[in-house]
Design a protein around this ligand. Sequence first.
Ligand SMILES: [Zn+2]
Length: 259
Amino acid sequence: MRDADLKSRMQSSLLAIETAANAYVASVTSENLHNFPAEPNVGKVTGDELVTNYTQRFAGKKGPARFIYDEIKALPSGDRCPYCDQRDIATLDHILAKAHYPALAVAPDNLVGSCSECNKVKGDTPPNSLAEVPLHPYFENISGERWLWAHVNETAPCSVSFFVVVPAVWPPILGTRLVRQFQLFGLDALYGSQAAREISDIREGLSRHFAVGGTIAVRSELNHQWQSRIQNQLNSWKTALYEALTISDWFCGGGFQQR
Ligand SMILES: [Zn+2]
């Protein structure tokens, strides 16, 4: 930091920034993030200065703290966006937007790798209630129960709808948040278009199974694919898709040929 005045004010505000980062974690774990205070300034530093610090020194390609940005981008696992679970991670999303919560601009727990599309859709609006707080990939794991399901539409070409069924064992607010997030990120449409591509890819292979063993052979092949995917990931769109295809009499009986 060449600006001596800014450097001095930034250093004297470090404690306030660290305190905000710790309070953030306490708010996430007590499901109280929607009440996190949106302060325009922190200590002796303005919100604009903190946001510029993030943009230039932290996220900037040649910024001195860019290596930390890259390390966070590589979390939590794999390279897919935790919001859509489909597109590649391309950027860091602020769970609480830096525009309204500049104290959290570089708080690691507030930074989550995401795809550009989800980052854009999520926007900067502060949450008004817990229902509007996105599920936090570091703190809220929902992979243990099955919640993503699909339904085959008997149309030409065949299409598939995706939807959430909230597990009965979940607290209702968790289901509300997931359903809202599923709609916000347009996951039915995203998964629907991926499913259409997948069906197109497997059509030829299914036709060969159908020619040899009819509906039973098609179902057996799809069931095989379903079992393989459910072992890998309980809530992927492919798991939901192959289950829906397997149990559809219409699809297995020749519906897959509709184009
Ligand atoms: Zn995404």
